[in-house]
Design a protein around this ligand. Sequence first.
Ligand code: ADP
Length: 673
Amino acid sequence: MPFFKKEEKQPTPPTEMDQLRHSVIDSGMPPEMEQATLKEVERIAKMGPGSAEHTIGINYIDYLTHLPWNHASEDSLDLQAAKQILDSEHEGLSEIKNRVLEHLAVKILQAGRRYNMLVVDDEKITRKNLKHVLTKEGYAVATAADGLKAMGLLENQVFDVVITDLKMEKVDGMQVLETAKQKNPDTEVIVITGYATVPAAVSAMQKGSYHFLAKPLKLDEIRTTVRNALSRKHTRWENRGPVLCFAGPPGTGKTSLGLSIAKSMHRQYVRISLAGMKDEAQLRGHRRSYVGALPGRIIQEIRRCETNNPVFMLDELDKISQDFKGDPAAALLEVLDPQQNTHFMDHYLDLPFDLSQVMFIATANTVDAIPGALLDRLEVLWLSGYTEQEKVRIAFNHLIPKETEANGLDNQLVSFSRQAMVKIIREYTREAGLRGLQRQIASLCRKIALNQIDHQRTGDELMVTDESVAGFLGPRRYAFEVTQAKDRIGVATGLAWTHTGGEIVFIEATKMRGSNQLILTGSLGTVMKESAQAAMSYIRSHVDTFAIPEAFFEEHDIHIHIPAGAIPKDGTSAGVAIAVALLSVITGLPCRREAAMTGELTLTGRILPVSGIKEKLLAAHRAGVQTVILPAKNVVDLVEIPDDIQQGLNIVPIEEMSQAIGLVLKNNLSKAG
Ligand code: ADP
């Protein structure tokens, strides 16, 4: 017995409860949830209107009815337009843009493809009618008069949907179902059944058929069932691919790229930051029994954007708080995994919501902190940072127009010289991305705005030149640390890879009277400490080669320090640089400061490859390094290095520690600082 009949005439004006019932029915929720919600409405109706529970109940139903259960925005399937939007808003990043365009291309092909149907029935009239209806819907339809013929067709052809009668001579519908699923698990099978075979149809559904249609067949029912079967198949295809995860240093365009993707597909855009999220309830909501309970952020954002297929950015996936209450990976897997996200359970809703149409994109600075189970679902695309030339181009094409407009300046009147921009990049920022640069340009624009108003010069043209930059932005913040300092004994230039991109680090070693102690400071992690010990052992085992006096180690302590002492550092890639710094301090030969190194050192002096080569080379170039020494096995990584960086650096691949020593240690003590 239904709880409410749609057609029933209301003799009196509708009550609050009637309106609630109407809104439940109009909300477009799936039938099972509609039933459950209507039951809840009846429960609330029985409570006194003054009670707190009544109000909570009404708010709950109101929330449910305002969710976009079946409201999706229509995807734009225009590849050229999408490409144009992506290109106009982001410079470069071709790999990522292509990946997005591939995704769209697949959708377009799927949308334009003619679906193949197979109709199996021993009644000629049913075959004929079904073929007629389905052909009119635009599908390609093959027919088979018995199960055996159907098996033959299934052998040679792939069908999207098979519609089969259950009761047939020799080979029945059940066998057709089994063969179809065996040949291609993606084929959806709909069984047709007379009254007598309904229990059999139910058991066919348990074996994987999509639905059953009872005879006599109704045209509308056939059309809708086939369409729904195809749409389920579609969703499964779309979600088979992993979720994209943009990884890279801050300010490289990860978040803004998500916005462009949404625009290019004509989808809504929503974003939540996972940084510091502490409690599963923030994602999944609180149960209604809590006072002031609310849904989690996922459902809140879906409701806000009013469609169930937005582009949904999960920002800073690697920054979920360490002391997360509950299991962050499990909660996020339920959101991201297509097997699970068709029935995402928010505690407040207490009903499953289908998130399978949402296009989730995650962002992260590094992927080390992302739990393995989650990482498996992600396709990580790296954005490593920009070269100086790219930054200048992006500044002129994007950042300056954006910031002049945002600060009320006239784009035609205010301009920047190229040298001014290079100066801002070199002397006021030190970063892989563009955040700092955008901030400096914004600050400059604000100062110009103030100046113009103060001096009533709003109509004047103004060119920011390299001489005027300091007047606006104050004294420079950064110097070229490498080229503007002297070569020193015991200070080697290393290249590191952190979550903010590549960085130059100066590894310092010093010796003092003592008794063979190795002191390590600078918040070094276990792996890095071990690399320092390995470097020391390498040197001690080669005292003859380096002409180190026998008693040196017994009479000295050695201290290795890596500045920026408060920042934890770890990893194997500093091995070579540590060994060079040690050898420099032991032998008294200064290190060439403009030669930067990266590479893992083995006890026998071999050099092993390391990661983050692109980020490290970009950092070396930014800091004015001339020579980069890297493991020979990393030469393969050079293909992704922009030409201007390769040409601006002397890149030397090495296999043995002795090569690094020959390149970096200067055989001339008089030059020591
Ligand atoms: P992230 O999310 O990686 O920290 P954002 O998306 O916030 O970076 O980008 C910072 C700023 O730099 C934004 O204004 C963005 O539009 C701009 N930006 C980043 N990369 C590009 C690019 N390739 N082309 C144009 N603008 C860019």
